[in-house]
Write a protein that binds this ligand. Structure first.
Ligand SMILES: [Zn+2]
Ligand SMILES: [Zn+2]
Length: 163
């Protein structure tokens, strides 16, 4: 390092500022050297970029994990609508799975599902932990909306087959 560079090294051979004697990457305090401020800003910017990259990487991994567990759960409960047979596990409408889990006898009759949202990741994880207990099945959204508890055919498909 040149003598006039504005930097020097401390006894641990770390580059420090000649003006405030702080590490190049730490915030300059009472420092007359503009270079130190610039170096510090550069370090800050790089760490911000790194943090953002890590966050989006982490979010992507979390999303993949959620999707895997959603599909795994649906497959365990038959993988298709038990009324009409619709089987596109990847289909989403308004960001939500077109195939859903349905509580055959109603939500409140299952102690393990009482407080859960049946589309949530935590619910899927819970079911897996419990070894996929009975009492649930897969229905597509329209069939789910049009079916009462303990029925096996929705109103739409009852009507359609009665014509
Ligand atoms: Zn259906
Ligand atoms: Zn149906």
């Amino acid at each position: 390092m040149r003598k006039d560079s504005g930097w020097t090294t401390n006894k641990n051979n770390i580059t420090i500022c000649k003006s405030c004697f702080r590490n190049r990457g730490t915030k300059p305090i009472d420092c007359s050297q503009i270079k130190h401020l610039e170096a510090y800003k550069r370090v800050l910017m790089l760490s911000n970029i790194r943090r953002k990259a890590n966050t989006s990487h982490f979010n992507l991994l979390a999303k993949i994990t959620r999707e895997k567990s959603r599909i795994e759960t649906l497959l365990h409960y038959g993988g298709k609508c038990s009324c009409c047979g619709y089987d596109d596990l990847n289909k989403k409408i308004f960001g939500r799975s077109f195939l859903q889990l349905h509580h055959i006898e109603g939500r409140k009759n299952h102690s393990f599902t009482k407080h859960d949202n049946s589309g949530s990741h935590s619910f899927h994880t819970k079911l897996k932990k419990l070894g996929y207990p009975k009492g649930l099945r897969v229905l597509c959204r329209p069939c789910n909306n049009g079916m009462d508890y303990n029925e096996s055919v929705c109103e739409l498909h009852k009507w359609e087959s009665s014509k």
